[in-house]
Structure formats: structure tokens, C-alpha cells
Design a protein around this ligand. Structure first.
Ligand code: PAF
Length: 284
């Protein structure tokens, strides 16, 4: 496994791989790798001859009062995980490499970036779309792998790639959860044991929504109220949003239906967590 820090060196490596007709699977990450990332890496490993993982804590996607400084940086451990999973190249550039200009170029995906998480985190998706554009231009992957937990991020990135004619498939891989339902996230590292238990209520509320839709209830307002009622039982949980949406357009729905997205964000203690499910289309 190679660890590459410079863009020029990675491009040279990729050019040589392309000459040998290798296919490239790419997993962009901010490190602090967990079983969710491992699932993405395994999909990439299965489907491509070469797997590249980027590890870059992207300052452009953090607001001024957010956790950029304290975001877990565990490069040695991440490298061990990647080696074990058969990753070929880790790309871990510096901020100066990725953002060479003081007043640089940014990519904004209109509309989609301003709702849900975008409403509470202005500039977040501009930072994500910008860094993923840069990474896709550097790596030029055949397929890039993202997690369903960040459903809005996946939608923003897909729209960006479509609108900017960036080639390469984007595959969205199902969320990996703890036994209690808590979606794996690098930010779970901030939670106390009690908060980890309380945070399972996020998934419980999503399961409640699924059960209600299955039972024939389709009033999205009522479903949201029932979910909020469940979450309100946990003192450490402060809801940011709960929403029932069209899974493609992210437009809020009045009537929930199979195939729709139920998404939420909440603070558990001081940690902001997100989660979502797509209500299965077939019989549950
Ligand atoms: O999901 C993440 O870890 C990040 O948002 C990403 C896609 C690597 C961009 O920095």
C-alpha cells in the first residue's frame, strides 16, 4: 500500500495505472475510519482492480463554530485499517495542497445545499461539493463510493457530478449500524456511553416512521409529530429537524409513501448526529 501526500505524485501513479487498463474505485473520507468506511472499501475492492482512499479533514465544510480542530485524526490507525482491507493507495494531502489559492474557486449546488443540514450548516455543502470536485478531478475514479447515512451529501455530490459533466459512477452504500441501531459515524467518538444509548432513539424514531407507513398512515405531519414525541423522551436529545421527503428531489412530502426518505438531525449532548431511512418499496 502506498501513502501519497502530493497531488502530482498521485496523478503520476494514476496515469501509470490507467496505461495498464486498471479500474479505480475511490472512497473519499475524512479519516477516523470505522466499519461504515470499511463497507465502502470492501465494495470498492470487489468491483475494481485498484482502490484509492482519501483521508482529508476538509476545512471548507466546517462552520467557524464547528469541530474542525477537534475532529478525530487517526492516520496511523486508518492506514492499518486500509492495509488490512487491501487498499492500494491512501491519498492524504495537506490543506495547502488542496486549497492552493487564498480566494479560490468553490462549487455550489443550488437548492439542495440549503435545506435540511444545509439550513443549519450554511456553507457546509459548498465545502463538500468543492472538495469532492477536486478529489474526483485528481483521481478520476471509475466508481466513487459514498454512504447512505449522509443522504443529502450523496444527493448534492450526484447533482454536482451530473451538472459539471464529471464522469465516473457514484454508488451509495447502505448505512452500517451498531446493534442498538445507532448509525456508525466518526462523530460517535464524542459520545459518552449514556449518550450512545440515547442516540439509538434516532433510529428508533425512524423505525417508528417505517412502522406507521407500513400500517397505512401517510400523513407526513403526523408521522413527524410521532417521531418527535419519541425523541422528546430522551433529555440529551435536541432535535434539529425531522423531515419526510422525496428521496430524489429532497422536496418535503405531505403524504409519506414507500420509497420516500425520512431524515433527521439532532444534537445528542453536544454532538450533532444525522440519520435517515428510505421506506422500503416492497412489503415490509
Ligand atoms: O463524508 C465525508 O467524510 C466527507 O464529507 C467527504 C465526502 C470525504 C468530503 O470531505
Amino acid at each position: 500500500m502506498k501513502m501519497i501526500k502530493k497531488i502530482a505524485a498521485l496523478k503520476k501513479e494514476i496515469k501509470a495505472l490507467r496505461q495498464k487498463h486498471k479500474t479505480i474505485g475511490f472512497v473519499p473520507t475524512m479519516g477516523a475510519l470505522h466499519a461504515g468506511h470499511v463497507k465502502l472499501i470492501r465494495c470498492a475492492r470487489k468491483q475494481n482492480s485498484i482502490v484509492i482512499v482519501s483521508i482529508f479533514v476538509n476545512p471548507a465544510q466546517f462552520g467557524p463554530a464547528e469541530d474542525f480542530k477537534k475532529y478525530p485524526r487517526t492516520l496511523l490507525n486508518d492506514a492499518a485499517v486500509c492495509r488490512k482491507e487491501g487498499v492500494d493507495i491512501i491519498f492524504s494531502p495537506s490543506v495547502a495542497q488542496m486549497y492552493p489559492s487564498v480566494r479560490g474557486t468553490y462549487v455550489t449546488v443550488e437548492g439542495l445545499s440549503n435545506v435540511l443540514c444545509g439550513a443549519g450548516r450554511p456553507g457546509h455543502f459548498r465545502g463538500v461539493a468543492t472538495v469532492v470536485t477536486k478529489l474526483m478531478n485528481i483521481v478520476e475514479p471509475d466508481t466513487m463510493y459514498l454512504g447512505q447515512k449522509d443522504a443529502q451529501q450523496a444527493a448534492v455530490v450526484k447533482r454536482m457530478a451530473r451538472d459539471l459533466f464529471i464522469s465516473g459512477k457514484i454508488r451509495v452504500i447502505p448505512t452500517v449500524r451498531q446493534k442498538n441501531g445507532l448509525a456508525l459515524s466518526s462523530r460517535n467518538a464524542y459520545l459518552s456511553e449514556k449518550e450512545k444509548n440515547d442516540a439509538a432513539s434516532l433510529y428508533q424514531s425512524l423505525m417508528l416512521a417505517q412502522k406507521l407507513v407500513k400500517s397505512g398512515l401517510n400523513d407526513a405531519g403526523l408521522i413527524i409529530r410521532r417521531m418527535k414525541g419519541l425523541l422528546a423522551k430522551f433529555k440529551s436529545v435536541k432535535i434539529d429537524y425531522v423531515s419526510v421527503l422525496d428521496a430524489q428531489t429532497f422536496i418535503p412530502l405531505k403524504k409519506a409513501k414507500r420509497g420516500c426518505l425520512v431524515a433527521l438531525a439532532a444534537r445528542v449532548g453536544k454532538t450533532r448526529l444525522i440519520d435517515n431511512i428510505v421506506i422500503p418499496k416492497s412489503s415490509l
